[in-house]
Design a protein around this ligand. Structure first.
Ligand SMILES: Nc1ncnc2c1ncn2[C@@H]1O[C@H](COP(=O)(O)OP(=O)(O)O)[C@@H](O)[C@H]1O
Ligand SMILES: [Mg+2]
Length: 253
C-alpha cells in the first residue's frame, strides 16, 4: 500500500477533529504578563478557589509542566547556551508540544479546568515583541508554529502591572527567597534590560487589544484577593456557559 500523501493525512485529521485538536470538554485558562505581575500567585489562588468549589483543576506552568518540558525549561531559562532567535522559539514550542500532548489535552479531555501560568502569548510578547522587536518575520514564524500546535486557550487573563511596581515586587521576592544572598537566580529573561521589558509590556497590550474576546486585562495593582475574586467570577461564568450551572447552586456567588 502506498504511503499516504502528507496533505491527505492532514485532511483526514481535520475531518476527524473538526479542525481543532480533540474536542475539549474542559476549560483552558492561561495567565499572562511580565515578570512580577502576580501570575504564579494568582494561578495558585485561582486553583485553590475552584477546587474549594468542588471543580476539577489541573494547575501547570510554562515553560515546563511535564518532565520533558521541564528539562527544556532548564535549558531555556538557566542554560548557558545562546540560541538563534528561531531556534529559541522552536525550543519553547517543543516544550509546549510535550506539555499539550502529555498533560493539557488529556486533562481537558477529562473535563478539567486547566490553569496554565504562561502560554502562547508569552512567546509572542517575549520572543516576538521583546527580542524580535515586533519584526513581521518573527511574528509570522511564531504564528505558524502556534497554528501547528492547534490549541488556543479558551480564556486568558493578562495581569497588567506598571514596570516600576513589578521591579519592586521582584526585588522583594528575591530578598525573601534568599536569592540575593545566594548570588541571584535570575533567569534568561529576568536579566534583560528595562527597554526589553517595556517592549514585552507593549506586546501584551497589543495582544489584548487584538483579541479582546479571549484576553481579559486585569488590573494587577489590586490586592491579591481582589484579583482572585475577579478571575474566579469570570472562570465560573465561562464554565457554567459551557457546562450549565450546578443544579440549585449559583456558581458565581
Ligand atoms: N496583587 C499583588 N499585590 C502585591 N504584591 C503581589 C501581588 N501579587 C503578587 N505579589 C507579590 O509579587 C511578587 C511576584 O509575584 P509572582 O506571582 O511571583 O509574579 P509572576 O509569577 O508574575 O512573576 C511575589 O512576591 C508576590 O507575593
Ligand atoms: Mg511566576
Amino acid at each position: 500500500m502506498p504511503l499516504p500523501d502528507p496533505s491527505e493525512a492532514q485532511a483526514l485529521t481535520t475531518a476527524r477533529t473538526g479542525g481543532q485538536t480533540p474536542p475539549a470538554s474542559g476549560l483552558f485558562v492561561t495567565l499572562e504578563g511580565g515578570e512580577g505581575a502576580g501570575k504564579s500567585t494568582q494561578a495558585r489562588l485561582l486553583a485553590e478557589a475552584l477546587k474549594a468549589r468542588g471543580l476539577p483543576v489541573c494547575l501547570t506552568r510554562e515553560p515546563g509542566g511535564t518532565p520533558g518540558a521541564e528539562a527544556l525549561r532548564e535549558v531555556l531559562l538557566f542554560g548557558k547556551a545562546d540560541f538563534s532567535p528561531r531556534a529559541e522559539i522552536m525550543t519553547h514550542m517543543a516544550a509546549r508540544c510535550d506539555h499539550l500532548d502529555r498533560l493539557i489535552l488529556p486533562a481537558l479531555a477529562r473535563g478539567e479546568i486547566v490553569i496554565c501560568d504562561r502560554f502562547h502569548d508569552s512567546t509572542l510578547a517575549y520572543q516576538g515583541y521583546g527580542q524580535g522587536r515586533g519584526s513581521p518575520a518573527e511574528l509570522a514564524f511564531i504564528a505558524s508554529l502556534r497554528k501547528l500546535l492547534n490549541r488556543e486557550p479558551d480564556l486568558t487573563f493578562w495581569l497588567d502591572v506598571p514596570q516600576a511596581v513589578a521591579t519592586e515586587r521582584l526585588r522583594k521576592r528575591r530578598e525573601s527567597s534568599g536569592a540575593v544572598v545566594a548570588g541571584g537566580a535570575e533567569d534568561r529573561y529576568e536579566q534583560q534590560d528595562t527597554a526589553f521589558h517595556g517592549r514585552v509590556h507593549a506586546g501584551f497590550a497589543t495582544i489584548a487589544a487584538r483579541d479582546p474576546e479571549r484576553v481579559r486585562r486585569i488590573d494587577g495593582l489590586l490586592k491579591p484577593d481582589e484579583v482572585t475574586r475577579m478571575l474566579v467570577q469570570q472562570v465560573l461564568v465561562h464554565w457554567s456557559d459551557r457546562n450549565g450551572a450546578f443544579p440549585g447552586k449559583d456558581v458565581t456567588s
